[in-house]
Design a binder for this molecule. Structure first.
Ligand code: 0A1
Ligand code: ZN
Length: 884
């Protein structure tokens, strides 16, 4: 990866190395250009002399001609910011090598060689956190996607698989723990205060799965016995003070291992499984073989410092990384265009796992909310791309909600169409066929096709076409026949003006209004642009419940009366569909209100219908609180903006808050009672207690809009009484949006209480950046000068600025100040950490679908960034695509 590297100027200011900056037009890498690598590297032995400022890396590569590739007498080894100190071929120092840009070119004439290369790196100056870097006095690596080339010269591509032997030596007091992939080998001490350790990974892997960790760490150790009776040692390594917060992660790991055996028949394959938590990390976690490296955020959890959502996050990410051991590591990707092969499949696997561990419908609702909140906007904006992209400039930019979450939905559709059992057969066949290989999305589809007995010819379009399909449905009732006229349209996206129809599996039910039930679900696969299906024996016009369980990642357009939505919100036996009806009721009303289509009477009538439905939800004792909490959540402002062509965030905010306040007033007594009931529930992690905590804060959110003085008192009470972070954070989040003295007191108390816990300090920043407070922008500006704020730590940057960019009310301030602030951030962060900087560009992609004033202001900032020059390849690509 040619991500920018930082070097120090003589005056100490960071400056980007030339090669790291964007050339006039960075190379476009195309999927169709894939060619196998000319050489195989069956084995690599790495020797590390570790130091925070200087690490010396000696690599020994066995190199063999690849008979399946075009013949070449040149070995190209990728590098990024490296200088070869020594190149040895078959035992002889050679000078015949040359550099091609950042890559090392070594001429080789025979069919097999031993190539040795020595390099030196400075982990402490690695602020982009790719390759080998220092974090809090420890050393760790991040190699996906192209970080290995920042450690040593190597064919840094996922289709070159090697077995790794690693030996590392370092000062024992500084790095008492020395870890790498695979199983541990010999270790020992030297007389000079250093010690060494060897690791051997027997499973061939691509370089992106390499990992090394050296540091002063302690472990929570446990064991797991696999289905064939092998005992595996499990370690979760953290810094000393964090050990007591690792219990949930360990439980999650053991459950994941068990679940993967039971549900997918996948067994773990090494003697040891290590997880290391690091506080400086660009993403959530990384599935390096046998040595997963995690952002502390997804390892550490206890009731005092982590919310219920955080607990779920830990469980889900631990599962995700563990599941990669098969879907990603044993079967890896041929090239980065196939990223969804491992990511889409693994996301689906972690979603199914979490569904099984907790509430299935609630998990589904949460996953769909993420899809609609992040992926749908991506798919309708300038950064839209298929789940298997055709080209990229910087692969880091393609770790997207499309590749991950839509990728999971696409595989979920295959599972829906095949049925669980047949789908499992397809998965078994995929693992059997491709174990030890670097495979393609096509290989996966073919295995499901063959194993599950499905014809997926047309379905493959889901891999190649971007854009969220829109399905419109019209119901006709004639005599006793009901006909559904379905029509699909896949919108044009950048580079893809014309689309072909795709098979869209829609689970549906037709409800009899009189008795509130239906005759069973049907699965209709809409595979043409237009189709009609008829059902008979319906004397009365039924109510249609469509896309139940969200079987297809599409948006539905349907003329449906408010009355029918109220019916479904109260009666649908599919919890997802019930949630959907409730959301639709609100969305329809708010869209009309925002478009100025409602006079006062009509607005009141719309609000009343929603109020009645909400009252029914509050009163329905067949619902558990986790589900009730979902039904109480109003559609997000981002989702509402997504429903409109020229959205006005100010108007949407006002209407949405207006509705919330109205509902809070109407149902004030119910919300107070709900808050009281929920407050009586003692803390535990079971579903009932979690549900109570969820509705408690929901009640407070409504009351805050209706009766701020009361909500402020109740919020302060909830905060003071809290014996857990969910209640404390929920209360503080509500208080942060209010202009009351309690706000100041509790924010201060929270900070003082938790100022030594980085993850909670992150929350403290985020709560303020996300708040509905009218001065949120000023607060964020002040927080950027806080002594605990730093651009060097991605969690901290995201806690302040991602939270802010996701706060539509503040980010879309009418004077453009929010846009200016994020553009300034991008320019300042880009030289330090381009990967993280580039992620802040996407909120600007909305510029085409927002009202004209803000549209111009957003574009202006994009142009300002583009004109700045010397941008990283990451940021440059995102800005150019966003300007489209
Ligand atoms: N494969 C990881 C995601 C990941 C990608 C790039 C990274 O570089 C900073 C880190 C992690 C996953 O899906 O969990
Ligand atoms: Zn993943």
């Amino acid at each position: 990866m040619d991500i920018a590297r930082t070097v120090s100027n003589p005056d100490g200011t960071p400056e980007m190395a030339d090669a790291a900056r964007t050339p006039a037009e960075p190379t476009v890498i195309k999927r169709e250009d894939y060619r196998p690598f000319g050489w195989l590297i069956p084995e690599i032995a790495l020797d590390f002399q570790l130091g925070l400022e200087k690490t010396r890396v000696s690599a020994k590569l066995t190199v063999q001609r690849n008979a399946k590739a075009d013949r070449t007498d040149m070995l190209r080894l990728n590098g990024d910011g490296l200088t070869p100190l020594e190149v040895v071929v078959d035992g002889e120092v050679v000078n015949s090598w040359s550099m091609d840009g950042e890559d090392l070119m070594v001429p080789l004439v025979s069919d097999s060689h031993l190539v040795e290369i020595v390099t030196e790196i400075d982990p402490s100056s690695n602020t982009q956190l790719m390759g080998l870097y220092a974090s809090n006095g420890m050393l760790c690596t991040q190699c996906e996607a192209e970080g290995f080339r920042r450690i040593t010269f190597f064919p840094d591509r996922p289709d070159v698989l090697s077995t790794y032997r690693v030996r590392m030596t370092g000062p024992k007091d500084q790095f008492p723990v020395l870890l790498s992939n695979g199983n541990p080998g010999a270790s020992g001490e030297n007389d000079d205060g250093t010690h060494w350790a060897e690791w051997h990974d027997p499973w061939p892997k691509p370089s992106y799965l390499f990992a090394l960790v050296a540091g002063d760490l302690v472990a929570n150790t446990d064991t797991f016995t696999t289905m064939s009776g092998r005992e595996v040692t499990l370690n979760i390594y953290v810094r000393e003070g964090d050990l007591e917060r690792t219990g949930h992660a360990m439980e999650s790991l053991k459950k994941s291992m068990q679940w993967d055996e039971e549900v997918f028949g996948r067994e773990y394959d090494l003697d040891i499984f290590n997880i290391v938590a690091v506080s400086d990390f660009n993403m959530g976690a990384m599935e390096n073989k046998g040595l997963n490296v995690f952002n502390t955020k997804y390892v550490l959890a206890d009731p005092d410092t982590a919310t219920d959502g955080d607990f779920d996050g830990v469980e889900g990410v631990i599962a995700h990384e563990y599941f990669h051991n098969w879907s990603g590591n044993r079967v890896t990707c041929r090239d980065w265009f196939q990223l969804s092969l491992k990511e889409g499949f693994t996301v689906l696997r972690d979603q199914l796992f979490s569904q099984d561990m907790g509430s299935e419908p609630v998990k589904r609702i949460e996953d769909v909310r993420v899809l609609r909140g992040i992926q749908f906007p991506e798919d309708s904006g300038p950064l839209a791309h298929p789940i298997r992209p055709d080209s990229y400039r910087e692969i880091s930019n393609f770790y997207t909600a499309t590749v991950y979450n839509k990728g999971a939905e696409v595989i979920r559709m295959m599972r829906t169409m095949a049925g669980e059992e047949a789908f499992r057969k397809g998965c078994d066949l995929y693992f059997e066929r491709h174990d030890g290989e670097a495979a393609t999305c096509e290989d996966f589809v073919k295995a499901i096709e063959d194993g599950a007995g499905l014809d997926l010819t047309q379905f493959r379009r889901w891999y190649s076409q971007a854009g969220t399909p829109q399905v419109s449905v019209r119901m006709e009732h004639d005599g006793d026949a009901v006909t559904l006229h379905l029509k699909q349209e896949v919108p044009s996206t950048p580079g893809q003006p014309d689309k072909q129809p795709m098979p869209i599996p829609l689970k549906l039910a037709l409800f009899d209004k009189a008795n509130g039930s239906h005759r069973g679900e049907e699965l209709v696969v809409l595979d043409k642009e237009e189709a009609s299906v008829t059902f008979t024996d319906f004397a009365d016009k039924p109510v249609l419940s469509l896309n139940r369980g969200f079987t297809a990642p599409v948006s539905i357009r349907q003329e449906v009366s408010g009355e029918d939505l109220v019916f479904l919100a109260a009666h649908d036996d599919d919890p997802f569909a019930r949630y959907e009806a409730m959301q639709e009721l609100v969305v329809t009303h708010l869209k009309q209100a925002c478009a100025g289509e409602l006079d006062d009477d009509a607005r009141d009538a719309g609000r009343k219908a929603i109020g009645d439905a909400l009252a029914a939800v509050l009163a329905d004792d067949t619902l558990d609180d986790l589900m009730r909490g979902e039904l109480l959540i109003l559609p997000t402002q981002t989702y509402l903006m997504e429903q409109m062509e020229a959205a006005d965030p100010g108007v949407i905010h006002a209407e949405r808050q207006g509705l919330r306040g109205w509902l809070g007033k109407q149902l004030e007594a119910d919300f107070i009672a709900l808050h009281g009931r929920a407050s009586d529930m003692p803390y535990s992690l079971d579903a009932e207690a979690r549900g109570a905590r969820k509705v408690k804060t929901q009640a407070l959110i409504y009351l805050a809009e209706a009766n701020p003085a009361l909500a402020s008192k109740m919020g302060a009470g909830q905060y003071d009484a809290a014996d857990n972070m969910t209640d404390r954070q929920g209360a503080l989040m509500v208080l942060a949006g209010l202009q009351t003295p309690e706000r100041t007191h509790k924010l201060l108390d929270y900070y003082n209480r938790y100022k030594d816990n980085a993850l909670v300090v992150d929350k403290w920043f985020a709560i303020q950046a996300q708040s509905l407070h009218p001065h949120a922008i000023e607060h964020v500006k002040a927080l950027a000068d806080h002594p605990q704020f730093t651009l060097k730590n991605p969690n901290r940057v995201r806690s302040l600025y991602m939270a802010f960019a996701a706060n539509p009310h503040a980010f879309h301030a009418a004077d453009g100040e929010g846009y200016r602030m994020i553009a300034d951030l991008i320019l300042e962060l880009d030289p330090i950490n381009p990967q993280t900087a580039a992620r802040f560009v996407s909120p600007f992609g909305r510029w085409r679908r927002i009202e004209s004033g803000r549209s111009a202001l957003m574009r202006e900032q994009l142009e300002r960034i583009a004109a700045a020059g010397n941008l990283s390849r990451d940021t440059h690509e995102q800005v150019i695509r966003s300007l489209g």
